[in-house]
Design a protein around this ligand. Structure first.
Ligand code: PMP
Length: 425
């Protein structure tokens, strides 16, 4: 059996229907933005392999650091022990996070980062003996915070959560803010504010919900409003962190700062699984207690894995390089330029599109033919067409988007642009 046959015999892939699915493409190696298959054919990774990769694949600097760390200390239990990579990474993250953050709690991925944030916020109220009146959560419609149960409960009721939704806890979903609905959102906050433990949001861009983008000023206004009710604010920066929106964190477009901030994906430059949840002193203070029940009883076998922390430190070092910051700026400009040209050509396209938008390094638009959802057939058709041209795109249903790594080359960008224009013309 070849690799694909063995895969089909023994492996179950994520987000993949188990009947009539296309065989997966075996990737043998990768370099920069390019993925290479068994036949040597290359694919431009225009979505950073599920939004994780920052500096390009198989980056030699990060690989070397991981190798050196593996020879020193590959893993150690993180209760009762510590190690340099975890401490140094916490110090480095606290230096770049908005002011006021004081502690970093490590986990394994984006879902655990938000799950930790949720539990941290709920137990904050429990430790203060106020949980019974503060059990509910505010989240945005179209939100996506991960696939574990708490994270799913806080995510939009959608195809992703359909099978489980009768089992979720109570979450009040508020509209993603616009000029028109902001007063209605305030009214909902006023009505329920005192029963809400926490408000979770993806700042500026809602990723898996369809790359919806909304204004920083509205999020600022909502944060100010929920603060009047002492609601804990949780920024899920799993996707938006590490310059995807043009700034280190999307929250840096805001005037207000959240109480808890979740990181993963780009944290390690996209090389290893790691989650981190940062909190301000007020949250951590609620756990400083003589009562052992006030302990945060949460942890994973691989919490703060030294190799993953080392990869994150190496990625942070690359991010501090002025050349990298320059590339991010260039990419933001290229994204803006493409969005404007798409808007200008919109009326001439034979495939109708709407809502062409961008924030930082992310560009998105919708194909308007057919249903407006994740199961829209356009998504997989576009993926197949793009693959034939040597580009990897994975639309969210009828939402086509680009989120390239920061090492993206000019010729690669031009090839992706040409593909999009050709697709729509
Ligand atoms: N939060 C956000 C905003 C995300 O985009 C994702 C993943 N797409 C997650 C959480 C979950 O992250 P993971 O897939 O690493 O569990």
């Amino acid at each position: 059996m070849n690799l694909v046959q063995r895969d089909q015999a023994f492996v179950w892939h994520p987000f993949t229907p188990q009947k009539n699915y296309l065989p997966p493409i075996p990737i043998v190696h990768a370099k920069g933005s390019l993925l290479y298959d068994e036949d040597g054919k290359s694919y431009i990774d225009a979505i950073s392999s599920w939004w994780v990769n920052l500096h390009g694949h198989a980056h030699p600097f990060i690989a070397q650091r991981i190798y050196e760390q593996a020879l020193q200390l590959e893993q150690v239990i993180f209760a009762g022990f510590t190690h340099r990579p975890a401490v140094e990474l916490a110090e480095k993250l606290l230096q770049v996070l908005p002011e006021g953050f004081s502690k970093i709690f490590y986990s394994d991925n984006g879902s655990t980062a938000t799950e930790v944030a949720l539990k941290m916020a709920l137990q904050y109220w429990w430790n203060k003996k106020e949980l019974p009146n503060r059990k509910k959560i505010f989240a945005f419609k179209n939100a996506y915070h991960g696939d574990t149960f708490g994270a799913m409960s806080m995510s939009a009721r959608s195809v992703f959560t359909r099978a489980f939704q009768d089992l979720f806890f109570e979450v009040l979903f508020i509209d993603t803010p616009t000029e028109e609905n902001i007063e209605a959102i305030f009214a909902t906050i006023e009505e329920h504010g005192h029963s809400i433990a926490a408000f979770i949001f993806e700042p500026l861009v809602q990723g898996a919900g369809g790359m919806n983008m909304y204004a920083a000023k509205h999020l600022d206004a909502i944060i100010r409003k929920v603060r009047q009710y002492d609601i804990i604010t949780i920024a899920d920066e799993v996707m938006t962190g590490f310059f995807r929106t043009g700034k280190f964190f999307a929250c840096m477009h805001l005037q207000e700062s959240p109480d808890i901030l979740c990181m993963s994906k780009g944290l390690t430059g996209g090389t290893m699984a790691l989650g981190a949840t940062a909190c301000v002193a007020k949250i951590h203070d609620a756990y400083i207690s003589d009562d052992p029940l006030h302990t945060f009883f949460h942890g994973h076998s691989f919490t703060a894995n030294p190799l993953a922390c080392t990869a994150a430190l190496a990625s942070m070092e690359l991010l501090r390089d002025p050349a990298c910051l320059h590339r991010i700026e260039q990419l933001c400009m290229a994204v803006q330029d493409l969005a404007i040209r798409l808007q200008e050509s919109q009326s001439n396209f034979s495939i109708p599109v709407k809502n062409i938008r961008y924030t930082g390094t992310i560009l998105a638009f919708e194909i308007t033919e057919g249903a407006n959802n994740y199961l829209h057939a356009a998504g997989s058709q576009i993926t197949q067409k793009a693959l034939q041209t040597g580009i990897y795109l994975r639309p969210l249903g009828n939402t086509v988007y680009l989120m390239p790594p920061y090492c993206f080359q000019k010729n690669e960008w031009e090839k992706v642009e040409a593909f999009i224009f050709q697709l729509l013309s």
